[in-house]
Write a protein that binds this ligand. Structure first.
Ligand code: G3P
Ligand code: CA
Length: 253
């Protein structure tokens, strides 16, 4: 009974949207994630040459679009002319790059409360401009003080998290961990985000992080065995490309 209650309480965050089915970071992927029951939507944000915040994972656009070049060297208009869907299959052709502000509006307009987990990319470039623009946009929607409980920020970079903490001390922050590192410490991060490979190699890590008072978000958890492992270890949030499948597994555990 306790195990069932625990599994059902685990938060499900859609990694780049329902990105197993749809092209990542597109409106279609995020709408599917909301329909699939995700508690929150994960996105990576980068600054364009004209300082717009867009949802793109890679430094360059080649993998996920029909264009060439670095996001930071292109204007929003140039990015908006590209096809960000066809790489995933002909049925997805015509998907456009998503402005972070449009994703924000989409989450706020969802038929039920949906959170946002925003990961800042290229943190050491642009001297903090990305973090400032992110906090400026969040503030415009009354979300920068963390009071809504709807938004959290994430980064692999302590520099980025420290900057974000200075700009918006109330925003929950997740320190992402790809390999063994010193665990995060408040104030720059209040949550830890180890990758699933790290957790598989060192399952005791979750307990050690929890013992320090940190909540634990694990990415990217798509396999049933990994879902079960995380539930057993007391992970509070699963970040997944397959929100519908993971939600179902959690219900059935
Ligand atoms: O949610 C954290 C995870 O997204 C970090 O890795 O490369 O998918 O951004 P990446
Ligand atoms: Ca990410």
């Amino acid at each position: 009974m306790t195990a069932i209650r625990t599994a059902r309480a685990v938060r499900v965050v859609a990694h780049r949207g329902a990105s197993h089915e749809h092209p990542e970071h597109t409106l279609a992927a995020y709408r599917q994630a909301v329909a699939d029951g995700a508690d929150a939507l994960e996105c990576d944000v980068r600054l364009t040459a004209d300082r717009r915040l867009v949802c793109v994972h890679d430094r360059r656009v080649e993998r996920t679009s029909d264009g060439r070049g670095a996001v930071s060297a292109m204007t929003y208009e140039e990015l908006a002319a590209l096809d960000f869907g066809a790489w995933k299959g002909a049925g997805h052709a015509g998907s456009r790059v998503l402005l972070f502000e449009d994703l924000l509006r989409e989450a706020l307009a969802a038929p039920r409360p949906v959170g946002l987990a925003v990961e800042t990319k290229h943190p050491t470039r642009a001297g903090g401009l990305l973090e400032s623009e992110l906090v400026r946009l969040l503030a415009r929607y009354g979300l920068a003080d963390g009071g809504s409980g709807r938004v959290e920020v994430m980064s692999f970079s302590r520099t980025a998290l420290t900057r974000l903490h200075r700009l918006a001390p109330g925003l929950p922050a997740v320190y992402l961990m790809e390999r063994r590192l010193r665990p995060p410490r408040p104030p720059y991060a209040t949550h830890a985000g180890p990758g699933i490979e790290l957790v598989r190699r060192d399952p005791g890590l979750v307990g050690r992080l929890k013992a320090k008072g940190l909540t634990v978000r694990v990415w990217t958890v798509d396999q049933p065995a990994d879902v079960e492992l995380c539930v057993r270890l007391g992970v509070d949030t699963l970040i997944t490309n397959r929100p519908r499948d993971v939600r179902k597994l959690l219900r059935d555990l």
